[in-house]
Design a binder for this molecule. Structure first.
Ligand SMILES: [Zn+2]
Length: 228
C-alpha cells in the first residue's frame, strides 16, 4: 500500500477502488468524514462501536458490514422512533424547507402586486408556483418513504453498487449512493439510497439488506433500518 503523507486522508483514494475489508479500513489514515462512525439512521446519533439498538431513540441499527441480513422488520403497522417522521418530512427535507419558504414569501408579494394590475405580479407569482411544486415534491417523496416504513412489505434485497454521489457535496465531501435490488413476485426492482454514513464504504455489492416497499407500488421503497 502506498504510504500517504502524515495527516492526509486516504479516503478519496480508497473509495475509487473496490471492496475494502473492515480490517483494512482500520489501518488506513482517515479523516473524520471517512472514519467509520456508526450512525443511527433514525436520529443521527454517532457511535464508535457497533450497536443493535440506538441508546437515544431506541431505533434498530443496521447489522455490521458483511453477509448478515439481520432480523426481519417488525410486523405492520410499524412504530417509528419519535421525531423521525418530522425530520423526514420537514426539518431535514431541503425541498420542503426551500419550497415552503419560497411559497410563504412570494405568495403575499404576488397578492400585493396583483392589486396594481401590472405584469410585475408574474415574477413573484412564478416564484410562489415554483415554491408550491417544490414543497409538494418534498412532502410527497418523504410521504412515500414513511408509508413504506410504516406499512410496507418486507423483502430481502442485495446491494448492487456503492459509489460516491458526485452530484452533491458539502465542504467538498460527497455522500454515498447505494443502489439495491429486490424481488417482488418474480420481478426485480431497484432502489437508491443516498447517505453520509461512512460505514457504507465497506458494504460491497452482493451484501444483503432488508427493503420495505409499498405493495401497490414497489417504486415506493426504502432500506430498513435506515441510513443517514
Ligand atoms: Zn437513534
Amino acid at each position: 500500500m502506498r504510504r500517504l503523507p502524515a495527516g492526509r486522508c486516504s479516503g478519496v483514494q480508497i473509495i475509487h477502488g473496490v471492496t475494502i475489508s473492515p480490517a483494512l479500513l482500520e489501518t488506513l489514515p482517515l479523516c473524520a468524514y471517512h472514519r467509520r462512525m456508526i450512525t443511527c439512521g433514525w436520529c443521527g446519533t454517532h457511535y464508535h462501536s457497533w450497536k443493535n439498538q440506538c441508546d437515544r431513540c431506541g431505533g434498530r441499527m443496521p447489522p455490521p458490514p458483511g453477509m448478515e441480513l439481520g432480523p426481519s422488520p417488525p410486523p405492520v403497522p410499524r412504530d417509528l422512533p419519535k421525531g423521525f417522521a418530522f425530520r423526514l418530512l420537514v426539518s431535514q427535507n431541503i425541498a420542503t424547507i426551500v419550497g415552503g419558504l419560497m411559497f410563504a414569501v412570494a405568495t403575499p408579494i404576488t397578492w400585493g402586486t396583483l392589486q396594481t394590475k401590472t405584469w410585475a405580479a408574474s415574477i413573484p407569482g412564478l416564484m410562489a408556483l415554483g415554491g408550491f411544486f417544490m414543497l409538494r415534491y418534498g412532502l410527497t417523496t418523504a410521504g412515500s418513504v414513511l408509508r413504506a416504513f410504516r406499512k410496507g412489505r418486507a423483502a430481502e434485497g442485495t446491494i448492487a453498487s456503492v459509489k460516491l454521489d458526485t452530484t452533491q457535496s458539502i465542504n467538498n465531501q460527497h455522500p454515498w449512493k447505494v443502489v439495491y435490488h429486490f424481488m417482488v413476485e418474480g420481478h426485480q426492482h431497484e432502489g437508491v439510497l443516498v447517505s453520509w454514513d461512512s460505514t457504507l464504504i465497506s458494504r460491497a455489492a452482493g451484501q444483503p439488506l432488508w427493503v420495505l416497499y409499498v405493495e401497490s407500488d414497489p417504486t415506493q421503497n426504502t432500506v430498513y433500518p435506515p441510513y443517514r
